[in-house]
Structures are given as C-alpha cells and as structure tokens.
Design a protein around this ligand. Structure first.
Ligand code: ATP
Ligand code: MG
Ligand code: FE
Length: 344
C-alpha cells in the first residue's frame, strides 16, 4: 500500500510517502530558525508555520515520490503527543485529505513512529525488540512486540528528557538552539574523561527502585555548577571538554540501562530512536558495548531520527499491512497521548 504520513507535533512540518517498507519521499519544512532566538520552540509560531508549510510540503513529497495524491491508499497522521496547536494543524490537514480522497485515516502515536521508522532502513522489526526512545520530550525504555499495538514501558525519565538536557547544557555553554547537534560537534574536539559528571540513578540504592529509569536534571545542575565555578574564578570555560564529558555521562547511562533491560528481558535486538539517537557518541557506544554482549543494535540514519513525516508513514503502512482498523474521522489532537496508545 502507498501511505502518506503527516507529522506536525513540534516544529517540523513533515510529509513522508512510503510503499510497504520502501521510502519514496520525506519532505520536511522546519520553523526551527524562527524559534532559535527564543531559545526554545514557541507554540504559536510553530502552529502558524505548519499552516503555511503544509500544502507546499505535501506537494513537494508527491513530486519527489512521483505520485499523484489520488494514488495514495491511506493517510497517517501524528495524533499526539506534542504541542496541541501544532498537532491540530496536521490532524486537520489529514482529515481534509482523507475526506477529499475518500481514503482511510490512521491517527498514530509520534513516539511509536520514532521506533517504526527503522523499518524503512533495516526492514521488518524483530519481535520482540528493546527500544531506547530518546528525544526532546521523552526518554524511555520500551519492550516492543508489535509496533502497531504491543508496547510495554519498562522505564522512563523521572525529570528531564535526554534531548532536553542536551538543549539546556548547550544553552549554558552559549551554543545555539537546538543544542544536541552543537554539543555533538563541540564534543568531537574535547576530552570525554576530563570532567567526571554524575550518572543519574545508577547507585545501588537507586537501582533498586529505578533500574530502568533515567534522571538528567542532576547532571544538568552539575554542569551548571562546574561552569559557574570556572567563571567565578575568572577562568575560560573549556566548551569542548564540558560538552564531551557531559555527552559521555548521558550516553553512558542510556546505553548501560538499555543493555541491562535487553539482557533482563532476554531480548537480543536494541533499537534506538528519537532525535538524540542522531548523536554520534551514543551510536558508537551502543554499537561497541552491545557487540560484547551479542546484542544487535539498530539505529536509523540521523535524518530519520529527528522528526519527519516518513516515520508517520512507516507506522501507518504497518497498520495497513497488519490489517488494523482505520481511525474514525473524529480523531483528536492529544498533546499527552501515552506511548502505549499507538493507534488512536
Ligand atoms: P518528542 O519526540 O519527545 O515529542 P521532539 O519531537 O521535539 O520530542 P525530536 O525531534 O525527536 O524531539 O528530537 C529533538 C531533540 O533531539 C532535541 O532535544 C535535539 O537537541 C536532540 N538532538 C538532535 N540531534 C542530536 C545530536 N546529534 N545529539 C544529541 N541530541 C540531538
Ligand atoms: Mg525539531
Ligand atoms: Fe520526536
């Protein structure tokens, strides 16, 4: 089936077109530059940008795929979680297309889509697989049987998301928003062992209650204190070393807990998804440590880790393939949709 997917949960207007597991088009328009000077995404600005970008992005995706809209067999759209006003634009556009074309509509979960997208690159997902979902708003460990419905959370962050920590630390270091890619780049020329930053929820006591949970707010505070002390002493801040040491602390905990979860569940495939999965150190470290345990790692290419429409089309395509019933035309935009609600 030919599926068109629409993503508008944050600041990327994404339209993807897939046939089965084959990616035909992935058009993305981002309003990130409009938010950069505010140091974070401004919801109202994002909603307006989606409204302006929607039709041109749909057209661009169809051109790239070499298809006409009437060829599409189903429409998929992110129903949540995300910014309410931003989601509304995508959901309204998807409903309009579904009505106009007379095709079924699938309202899907953005987080599950971050997992499903890997099928476009590495083929069908193994059942089960252990997913480490790390993005701007979420950090979770999930046991995924069937990505269209069988998703069990094993743990999650108890405070900041991993991407949020990257963005906050970048800001502290005077790097632009969104900070993840800038920290990644700065870290390349720094030493990851120069500063020993804390690994949240890894003490024996914390592991008793929070074995598969994460905490990044203490790490963020530790970095802030370290930078303040430097500045108070009138010494320059070694940005590359701080970035590398911070990044090492985040990746160490993510990989350690993900592999522990996989081993304890008896799962030999680790899938990493979400914007932070684009991080070069996270990818390399997971690959290296998993190899020693005989666990296979799957990570989509960086461009498919950050928000895009292809991920939504990929999940929609899987819904069609597995014969899941389409959503009604009354699907909501649900800003706090739980990860276990894959199809709305
Ligand atoms: P969610 O998926 O939880 O709703 P979101 O959709 O806003 O959040 P994504 O687009 O999935 O988030 O991910 C964006 C996050 O990924 C940002 O916090 C960004 O800094 C981070 N990120 C992107 N590239 C990298 C990188 N190379 N290294 C670390 N973090 C990165
Ligand atoms: Mg974004
Ligand atoms: Fe996302």
């Amino acid at each position: 089936p030919l599926v068109l997917g629409i993503e508008t949960s944050c600041d990327e207007t994404g339209v993807g077109i897939v046939r089965g597991h084959t990616l035909l088009a992935d058009a993305v328009a981002s309003s990130v530059e409009e938010h950069a000077r505010f140091g974070g995404v401004v919801p109202e600005v994002a909603s307006r940008a989606h409204l302006e970008a929607m039709v041109p992005t749909v057209e661009r995706a169809c051109d790239t795929a070499g298809i006409a809209l009437r060829d599409v067999d189903a429409i998929a759209v992110t129903s949540g979680p995300g910014l309410a006003g931003a989601l509304l634009v995508g959901v309204a556009a998807a409903k309009a297309l579904a009505i106009g074309l007379g095709k079924p509509l699938y309202g899907v979960n953005h987080l599950a889509a971050h997992v499903a997208v890997d099928q476009l690159e590495h083929g069908a997902l193994p059942d089960p697989c252990l997913a480490l979902l790390v993005s701007g708003g979420h950090s979770s460990l999930l046991r995924v049987g069937d990505v269209t419905g069988d998703v069990t959370p094993l743990g999650a962050t108890i405070d900041d998301a991993a991407g949020e920590a990257f963005d906050k630390v970048a800001r502290l270091l005077g790097l632009p928003f969104p900070g993840g890619p800038h920290i990644d780049r700065a870290a390349a020329s720094g030493s990851s062992v120069s500063i020993d930053f804390p690994r949240g929820l890894t003490s024996r006591r914390d592991l008793e209650r929070h074995r598969f949970d994460f905490s990044f707010s203490g790490l963020k505070t530790a970095v802030a204190r370290w930078v303040e002390a430097r500045e108070a002493a009138g010494e320059p801040v070694p940005v590359a070393d701080v970035a590398a040491s911070f990044q090492e602390a985040v990746c160490d905990v993510l990989v350690r807990k993900a592999l522990d979860a996989a081993a304890s569940e008896g799962i030999d495939h680790l899938l990493i998804g979400g914007g932070v999965a684009a991080n070069s150190r996270l990818r390399a470290m997971a690959e290296q440590r998993a190899g020693d345990l005989g666990i296979r790692v799957r990570v989509p290419r960086p461009g498919l880790c950050t928000d895009n429409g292809a991920m939504v089309a990929a999940l929609g395509s899987e819904m069609v393939r597995r014969g899941r019933p389409a959503s009604g035309l009354d699907i909501p935009a649900d800003s706090s949709l739980p990860v276990t609600d894959v199809l709305v």
